[in-house]
Design a protein around this ligand. Structure first.
Ligand code: FES
Length: 112
């Protein structure tokens, strides 16, 4: 089991997740609107974009080059080459206890 944290400005949401599940599953359970995950984890939409806390970026599986994940991330308004990941591509391990991610609002509809 690993406790996963999501930050939205000063708010923090946490949830215990079993090893082998994905970070996007934690976001579903918490019903976080910033992570609609429209393709339900199939790496086709990019709407599960999060920023990984800099302290954790070296502790998760690195993103491979020339992948669909990178292609989708580069289309996101808040893309940060150092911190951006698709939460459906991060599989939770025991050593991820305390993993902290920041929510980005790229997928929140705006009132115009
Ligand atoms: S849920 Fe669609 S790319 Fe992650």
């Amino acid at each position: 089991m690993a406790k996963i944290f999501f930050k939205r400005n000063e708010e923090v949401f946490d949830i215990d997740m079993p090893e082998g599940t994905k970070v996007v599953h934690a976001a579903y359970k918490l019903r976080l609107p910033e992570v609609p995950a429209n393709c339900r984890g199939k790496c086709q939409c990019g709407t599960c974009h999060v920023h990984v806390d800099p302290k954790w970026i070296d502790k998760i599986e690195p993103m491979e080059v020339d992948t669909m994940e990178l292609f989708l991330l580069k289309r996101q308004k808040s893309y940060d080459p150092e911190l951006s990941r698709l939460s459906c591509q991060i599989r939770i391990k025991e050593e991820h206890d305390g993993l902290t991610l920041s929510l980005v609002d790229d997928n929140i509809p705006r009132n115009s």
